[in-house]
Design a protein around this ligand. Structure first.
Ligand SMILES: [Zn+2]
Length: 103
């Protein structure tokens, strides 16, 4: 699997970091853990940040999605129901609601 990863071309034309426009990315090890398949890590030589070549399994939520969670919660939908309908984890739903209540 590592050998197969060594042959993959760099998926980024430039650095994915929005505040950097570095063009040189070098290999920076392979992520190996039980939960996810192995993935090549890349490192920008300009800003020194590293990136996975596969997108995150848990993309960052946006304000629109968080507002939808709060609206569904105020309608009386169960937390598990919200998590199922938005295809997010129960922990995510609880975190958003807890954050909205502390404000
Ligand atoms: Zn960079």
């Amino acid at each position: 699997m590592r050998q197969a990863l060594l042959k993959t071309p760099c998926p980024f034309p430039t650095c994915p970091n929005p505040s950097c426009s570095g063009k040189t990315l070098v290999r920076n090890g392979v992520r190996t853990c039980k939960r996810y398949p192995p993935a090549q890590r890349w490192k920008c030589t300009t800003c020194l940040r590293s990136f996975l070549d596969t997108p995150s399994a848990h993309p960052a939520s946006n304000a629109e999605e968080q507002a939808l969670v709060i609206r569904l919660h105020n309608e009386g939908l169960s937390l598990r129901g919200i998590a199922r309908s938005l295809n997010r984890s129960l922990n995510f739903v609880q975190m958003v609601i807890k954050k909205s209540q502390s404000r």
